[in-house]
Design a protein around this ligand. Structure first.
Ligand SMILES: [Zn+2]
Length: 439
């Protein structure tokens, strides 16, 4: 079943090694990267008849849509096992934790380089393209003998957690599957506290949490990696730090802490998400935003009370450079398929120290947020292949720039010139839904 579930990958395996040459601008990618790009189908890079669907009506009204082409939890285990076995020792797959419902949380580690890169996906279970993009990347890096792959393996140590929230992913919803009672059973000091503000018990994005409540695990991080939950810190707010009350965020924290101990710092942290389906380009309301990116998640710690201790490590400029590398790679790909160029900057006024990106940025990592168009309740798997490909191109460009050192020659001012995200034209873009439809 795993062998047939994703027809596109069979095509990819047989495609020529020169596939992407025409889409990479030499001025951006540099000649060294043009000769050894990974093999995949050119089909995805050319305009498709379905691209016109990107400029028609749009709705944020939740619907039940098929998602079977995405990689579910069981299939992920099969795929990671296959990649590890075929990699001749390059890829090491480990179970690094368990979800609240006991599902394995896997990491895949590849490369022996001095720069540690942590990539996570599906912290929100209805945001799935990042998982498939990670598998495609591992697929290539696990077997390629190209000069490019060898450079990555020598310069980078990549650790990917492709499905951070498997319980939410199996339920195809944003939150995990955990009750407040389960939290207080583990942390008795919280008995009598008001449940965390990010505890879902009602209706959200078409999902009814009343029978199976859960948390937005992407508000459960704290920049103090040794933080222990305290009653006086609840219920908290979106502008506050989180608590590591969910086993899923604790697992990522533990991996991050382990890499910090091993490498001194985690050079890059990437978190892969989806946003609302109906955002348009700021200068063209007929073009939907394919992807928003960001490197800014918290207020400057140097001037924020209570965060001064993180100011010395925080490096917003490096995050900007990483995002510029993502942006440039997608603009290069847009030479052939324009929708890859519809990349905007995610709103820069966010202050979310309780997110993984916020907490790890405060610990000194360069950080990159991907926000691909449309969660499963609005787009299902309709644009799975091309959106997965957009994530792949962005990751590929950024990691290439880090591995080659080219990232340091980029200009942070180019980040500030990335166009801002335009408005949502969704027919049901209510305030409540908009608030829940990002990150
Ligand atoms: Zn998200």
């Amino acid at each position: 079943m795993a062998a047939t579930r994703r027809p596109a990958r069979a095509v990819l395996a047989g495609a020529g090694a020169f596939a992407l040459i025409a889409t990479a601008s030499p001025a951006i990618a540099g000649p060294a990267d043009l000769s050894d790009l990974p093999a995949y189908s050119t089909q995805l890079d050319r305009p498709q008849a379905t691209d016109s669907a990107f400029v028609t009506e749009c709705s944020e009204e939740p619907r039940d849509l098929p998602i079977n082409e995405f990689t579910d939890h069981r299939e992920l285990g099969v795929e990671l096992d296959r990649i590890e076995r075929n990699s001749d020792g390059r890829v090491d797959v480990e179970q690094v934790g368990r979800s609240n419902r006991g599902r394995e949380i896997w990491s895949a580690r590849v490369g022996t380089g001095p720069k540690a890169v942590l990539i996570t996906s599906e912290i929100h279970g209805n945001e799935k393209t990042g998982t498939d993009a990670i598998l495609d990347l591992l697929d290539w890096l696990s077997t390629s003998d190209s000069a490019k792959a060898k450079r990555w393996l020598k310069e980078l140590t990549i650790v990917a957690i492709p499905k951070m929230n498997p319980d939410g992913a199996e339920l195809d919803r944003r939150g995990n599957d955990m009750t407040w009672e389960e939290v207080t059973a583990r942390f008795p000091q919280l008995r009598g506290s008001e449940p965390a503000w990010n505890y879902y018990t009602g209706s959200l994005q078409g999902d009814d949490y009343s029978d199976r409540p859960g948390f937005d695990t992407n508000r459960d991080y704290h920049p103090d990696l040794d933080y222990v939950p305290r009653a006086e810190d609840f219920p908290g707010t979106s502008e506050d730090t989180g608590w590591y009350i969910t086993p899923e965020s604790r697992t990522v924290r533990d991996v991050y802490r382990g890499l910090t101990a091993e490498f001194g710092e985690v050079d890059v942290y990437v978190d892969l998400h989806h946003q609302g389906a109906c955002y348009v380009m700021p200068d063209d309301p007929d073009e939907f935003v394919t992807l928003s990116i960001s490197g800014k998640f918290v207020d400057d710690p140097a001037t924020t009370q209570g965060y001064e201790q993180y100011a010395a490590d925080y490096d917003l400029d490096y995050s900007k450079l990483l995002n510029v590398a993502v942006y440039n790679a997608l603009q290069g790909a847009a030479n052939n398929r324009p929708l890859f160029g519809n990349v905007t900057l995610y709103p820069q006024d966010t202050n979310l120290p309780g997110t993984g990106l916020g907490s790890f940025a405060l610990n000194g990592s360069g950080t990159v947020l991907f926000e691909v168009r449309g969660q499963t309740q609005t787009l299902g798997q309709q644009y799975r292949a091309v959106l997965t490909r957009a994530v792949y191109i962005g990751l590929d460009g950024m990691l290439s720039a880090v591995a080659s050192g080219r990232v340091d020659k980029l200009d942070p001012a180019d980040y500030d010139a990335i166009p801002p995200r335009g408005p949502s034209i969704g027919s049901d873009a209510s305030e409540e839904r908009k608030a829940a439809s990002h990150r």
